[in-house]
Design a protein around this ligand. Structure first.
Ligand SMILES: [Zn+2]
Ligand SMILES: [Zn+2]
Length: 153
């Protein structure tokens, strides 16, 4: 899998257009607005949250929630976005162009904390080596209760 971490917005857009074409989908201003919003906000979005932000930023486009759902799934299928599950509340998406990081996810409120630890990264390499396993990628998701939610309990 080719890393997309270093893609500029224009390169990302080009890849997106290719994906749309190979899925017989039209490149539209609405779909671009979704990609652009994800790119401008390196955050984790539920489809609903992203929909609201796209509407707020590009009110003239009248982007529908169905388009947001479809576009997110398309981006994920083609590795341009990754999703994190948080319990019964659903999924949060982010573009895959961010530098590598891992996640802690609050089971109460769904808040996501990003972290990166060189020791953990190192240890994974060591374990993989021990098993003659060539690592290509990993996804670490730790579940728990965030600080704010602990204080409410
Ligand atoms: Zn919480
Ligand atoms: Zn993240």
């Amino acid at each position: 899998m080719k890393s997309i971490e270093s893609l500029s917005y224009d390169e990302l857009l080009l890849t997106f257009k290719t994906i749309l074409r190979s899925n017989n989908l039209k490149f539209t201003a609405q779909r671009e607005a979704i990609l652009r919003t994800l790119y401008d906000h390196p955050d984790h979005f539920t489809p609903e949250n992203l929909y609201l932000l796209v509407k707020q930023k590009y009110p003239e486009l009248n982007t529908g929630i169905t388009t947001v759902y479809r576009t997110l799934n398309l981006l994920e299928e083609n590795k341009l976005a990754t999703s994190l599950s948080f319990g019964t509340q659903g999924k949060k998406f982010e573009l895959s162009n961010k530098p590598h990081h891992d996640h802690m996810i609050c089971e109460e409120c769904g808040v996501i904390v990003e972290f990166e630890d060189p020791n953990i990264e190192d240890l994974q390499q060591k374990i993989a080596k021990k098993h003659n396993f060539k690592l290509t990628d990993h996804l670490m998701q730790l579940y728990g209760i965030c600080e704010a939610c602990q204080q409410k309990q």
